[in-house]
Design a binder for this molecule. Structure first.
Ligand SMILES: [Zn+2]
Length: 477
């Protein structure tokens, strides 16, 4: 994600687990059918085929119900206080994600904030075994300019289905929604999505439709996407679409109000070429860059980025490139964004700097971007030092340990940018780029721990001390 300022229990029982059908792939798969009614309701069914690639026997699976953070009475707001009025453009509005039926096991909605669906199978799923369940749900959309919601121009369908929680060292990661940063951590799977919408809607999605069929005043779009850690869509009756191919990828820009749409598409295409050449080939066949009313600057999903229509020209270009960089650092190479937000945000910021350094026509310079980040960080530090008698400038903190967007933007984004510039200084340009290429190939489709990223650079230069001084908050900027 990027802030605009940064550019600058119910229970049911069903059949026991049907497991162990051998499949070619050692991976999990989602088969999602969803119908949007043209108003505020999406009715969906997720058939989830799970492959246990952990080292543990699992009695249950846990899914995150991100859409439930939009319900009335939710403990964790999906929108930060700083942007609440802008987000709830019609006044406060509520939605939610209700589970209506589960086949395959006993189920309950639990978690700290009714954010987790647990499906228990009654028998362990051993490592390398498969299990499956089918989840039926209703997603009610709030009127909100957020990742999931109905806006004045679009229907934003990020996090629109129950998604398996990533598996960490001590079990499934049951993160709650956090208004600051991106709390989403998930592992790659194969997706088949069938979306039915009223005929007049144009859908931008994490894939191009493989098949479109219509009956009456509805149409159904079928999508397939392999090795993705999420799938997102944005719908609108007013989208215009322009496309261009870059690095063998079909890049489409969906917009409703952009006087310089070709320039927006060019920034997406040129940064695609640059990042593919610098880090490694983008792993999907399409990328949708989508203009939408959004309370932050932008948001990344695999093969789809949301770009706020409130960005001015330069913030728009910057945001397109920053979110595009997340296709490498978040989508292809995952990380625990809740626990270590600096990891993908710092890299996305620094990757954007690298692109602009090599594409001067966009008007951003390396010195300018470093100068802006340094100035903003010093201003934050000065204010926080006075307010709190010693600002906590450590970087490796969980999202809910930041006081809000301002602190997070300065510590994860601005200080993150400065961290990777210091590492580049220690490595030299060629070794720095080689370390990023190795990081990409070593962790493609995985979830990289911070130590994994740090080790890639330390193979080339002694930069452990740089990471330690930045992450622990000891460096003076
Ligand atoms: Zn970001």
């Amino acid at each position: 994600m990027i802030a605009i300022i940064a550019a600058a229990a119910a229970c049911a029982c069903a059949l026991p687990l049907a497991a162990c059908a051998p499949q070619e792939d050692e991976g999990s798969a989602y088969f999602i059918t969803a119908e949007f009614d043209g108003g505020h309701t999406l009715t969906g069914k997720v058939q989830f085929d799970f492959f246990n690639d952990t080292d543990n026997a699992l009695d249950s699976l846990k899914f995150n119900l991100w859409g439930n953070a939009f319900r009335e009475g939710a403990a964790s707001s999906p929108v930060s206080a700083a942007v609440r009025d802008k987000a709830y453009y019609n006044g406060l509005s509520y939605g939610g994600m209700e589970i209506t039926a589960v086949e395959g096991g006993e189920w309950r909605v639990c978690g700290d904030d009714q954010n987790i669906l647990e499906v228990s199978f009654g028998a362990p799923i051993y490592p390398d075994e498969r299990a499956s369940c089918t989840i039926e749900y209703t997603l009610t959309l709030a009127d909100v300019n957020a990742r999931t919601g109905v806006t004045a121009h679009t229907v934003n369908l990020g996090n629109f289905y129950p998604i398996l929680c990533a598996y960490g060292q001590s079990g499934f990661l049951e993160y709650t929604y956090c208004a600051t940063g991106d709390p989403f951590v998930s592992e790659v799977a194969d997706y088949t999505v069938e979306l039915t919408v009223p005929e007049e809607y144009i859908a931008a999605a994490s894939a191009k439709p493989a098949l479109t069929s219509g009956s009456g005043d509805k149409k159904t779009l079928r999508y397939e996407l392999e090795n993705a850690r999420d799938f997102a869509m944005v719908l609108s009756t007013g989208f215009r679409e322009i496309s261009r191919e870059a690095a063998g990828v079909e890049i489409s820009y969906y917009y409703y109000d952009d006087q310089s749409a070709e320039k927006s598409l060019a920034a997406a295409a040129e940064s695609m070429e640059y990042f593919c050449g610098k880090f490694g080939q983008y792993p999907y066949s399409s990328l949708a860059v989508v203009q939408t009313p959004f309370c932050q600057g932008g948001m990344e999903y695999p093969a789809l980025t949301m770009i706020s229509d409130e960005c001015d020209e330069s913030a728009k270009i910057y945001t397109i490139v920053h979110e595009n960089a997340h296709q490498w650092w978040y989508a292809a190479v995952g990380s625990d964004q809740f626990a270590h937000g600096w990891q993908d945000e710092g890299l996305a910021e620094y990757s954007a700097l690298m692109f602009f350094e090599n594409a001067p026509t966009y008007g951003f310079t390396k010195a300018g971007l470093l100068g802006t980040a340094t100035k903003a960080y010093r201003a934050y530090f000065s204010v926080y030092n006075q307010l709190f008698e010693g600002a906590d400038t450590s970087m490796d903190r969980a999202l809910n340990e930041f006081s809000g967007d301002y602190e997070y933007a300065n510590v994860a984004y601005n200080k993150g940018l400065l961290l990777f510039d210091a590492v580049r200084g220690a490595c030299g340009d060629d070794k720095f780029a080689a370390a990023l290429r190795n990081y990409f190939s070593d962790y493609l489709f995985g979830i990289a721990p911070p130590e994994g990223l740090i080790a890639e650079f330390c193979k080339f230069a002694d930069c452990e001390g740089i990471f330690t001084s930045f992450l622990e908050g000891k460096v003076i900027i």
